[in-house]
Write a protein that binds this ligand. Sequence first.
Ligand SMILES: O=C(CSC(=O)[C@H](Cc1ccccc1)CC(F)(F)F)c1ccccc1
Ligand SMILES: [Zn+2]
Length: 157
Amino acid sequence: METLTIAQLGNPILREHASPLSAAQYQELAPFFTALQQKMLEHNGVGIAAPQVSESIRAFIVASCPNPRYPDAPMMEPTLMLNPEITWASDSMEKDWEGCLSIPGIRALVNRHSHIEVRYDTLEGKEVKTQMEGFIARIFQHELDHLNGLVFLDRAE
Ligand SMILES: O=C(CSC(=O)[C@H](Cc1ccccc1)CC(F)(F)F)c1ccccc1
Ligand SMILES: [Zn+2]
């Protein structure tokens, strides 16, 4: 596996609708997902989506952690989410600052649903259904946009 590079805004791969994964692919992609998480940690990201390293598949990692920009962000284990979906979203929205590893040096205020219910598969093929709110919900929505060819600037207020 050659080292992954992060696609920058302007790269057409960031504008593609990523393809769903078959459960048969989950285990064989394990080495790629390890490299994806490593790349995110290298760049101090709180999330990363496969299309950002030019793999147009429906997978991302959410890894909220307290950081200088979000000191009160919840601490969570980096979580790989396969074929993720939002199954319910609150009418209430919240605005907050976002950044993106594919758009370095730019921050923008983005409106996101305050609460969401989501489903995704784990690497072992187990389906997870859970609720998210606040910063974690924000990261999930930011990463899901990447799977649908959107970037946070498309939603900047
Ligand atoms: O600028 C960064 C890194 S950008 C980042 O982590 C993106 C995730 C993200 C940051 C802030 C809000 C929502 C999502 C990762 C991306 F681009 F791959 F999706 C940042 C880190 C912590 C909090 C806020 C910003
Ligand atoms: Zn991003």
